[in-house]
Design a protein around this ligand. Structure first.
Ligand code: ZN
Length: 297
């Protein structure tokens, strides 16, 4: 069992492709715990979070952010994950309790929960005027295939994507992780075929996370008979950007009329962060303080 959340990147010595491997068991368990997801919803949410954390590792700027959004016609509703450039990510799912009977014993029906008809969208915010948006139609709702389709269609990069979440009988997350292999322009087919064979021999990525002590061991297995070198390693974690102060600033920007009903009903304003389910309560006087602190008041 790989005991911590991190990712590594490597390229083969001929620079024909690059590979990203991640273990995300802790982050996905945290997402499950915060959203109280069903087994299949944990798998769907965990795959989306794992993918976003890996894609976020290509961001450079401190304030850069990547959002992965999947919306199919299944009972899950929308699934959204965002990642920053420092290895932090968070995720939400519209219907965390929705579940599906397994079609194949032991295999959670993520595609059924997400639905086949819909889209996958990537929004990359690099601090420019407009964030970059790319969208593709879903292939299967299994998320890894859909992401591979995104890379091919939107970025013209042939990719092999594997995302895996293993859920235990007590609904806790036993193992989670992912692998993205991307071909560089002009990559030799035989090399890619060998990689694919190695990946098939390795089996599901979540089993590999469970079986090995480090990602470097998993990497060595995928890269069998291929010379390569590792280029990066970074820590990953579930991390939400919300804070009491941030929400207070937003709430204090609403007009008295907009807030009137809330005060009358509760005497207190309660807000829940959709991404991490943290509750925040504010008294009217407290929001007044923020209002008075604002420049121009
Ligand atoms: Zn939050």
């Amino acid at each position: 069992m790989i005991p911590r959340d991190y990712l590594i990147k490597a390229v083969d010595d001929d620079k024909q492709f690059r590979i990203i491997l991640s273990s995300t068991t802790g982050a996905v368990e945290e997402a499950h715990r915060r959203h109280q997801t069903s087994a299949t919803a944990s798998a769907a949410l965990g795959r989306v979070l794992t993918a976003a954390l890996m894609m976020g590792s290509d961001l450079k700027g401190e304030a850069d952010a990547l959002t992965l959004r999947i919306k199919g016609d299944g009972p899950a509703g929308a699934i959204v994950a965002t990642a920053d450039s420092a290895g932090g990510g968070r995720a939400l799912i519209s219907s965390p309790r929705a579940d599906m009977p397994a079609q194949t014993p032991g295999k959670l029906d993520v595609g059924g929960l997400v639905g086949k008809n819909g889209y996958l969208e990537i929004i990359t915010d690099l601090g420019m005027k407009q964030p970059f948006r790319g969208q593709v139609s879903l292939v299967s709702g299994e998320i890894a295939e859909d992401l591979a389709q995104y890379y091919l269609q939107s970025e013209q990069i042939p990719s092999l994507v594997a995302l895996g979440v293993l859920v235990d009988t007590d609904l806790s997350v036993k193992a989670a992780g992912g692998m993205i292999i991307q071909a560089m322009p002009g990559a030799r087919d035989e090399l890619l075929e060998r990689l694919e064979q190695n990946a098939i021999r390795m089996g599901p990525i979540s089993d590999a996370i469970l079986k090995h002590e480090t990602l470097e061991e998993v990497l060595a297995q995928v890269m069998e008979d291929i010379s390569y070198h590792q280029i990066e390693s970074r820590e990953l974690s579930f991390r939400c950007k919300c804070s009491r102060e941030r929400l207070a600033v937003i709430l204090s920007g609403l007009s008295a009329e907009e807030l009137a009903d809330v005060y009358e009903n509760n005497g207190e304003m309660e807000v829940t962060c959709n991404f991490c389910n943290q509750d925040y309560r504010f008294k009217e006087e407290e929001l007044d303080e923020y209002r008075n602190k604002k420049p121009g008041n």
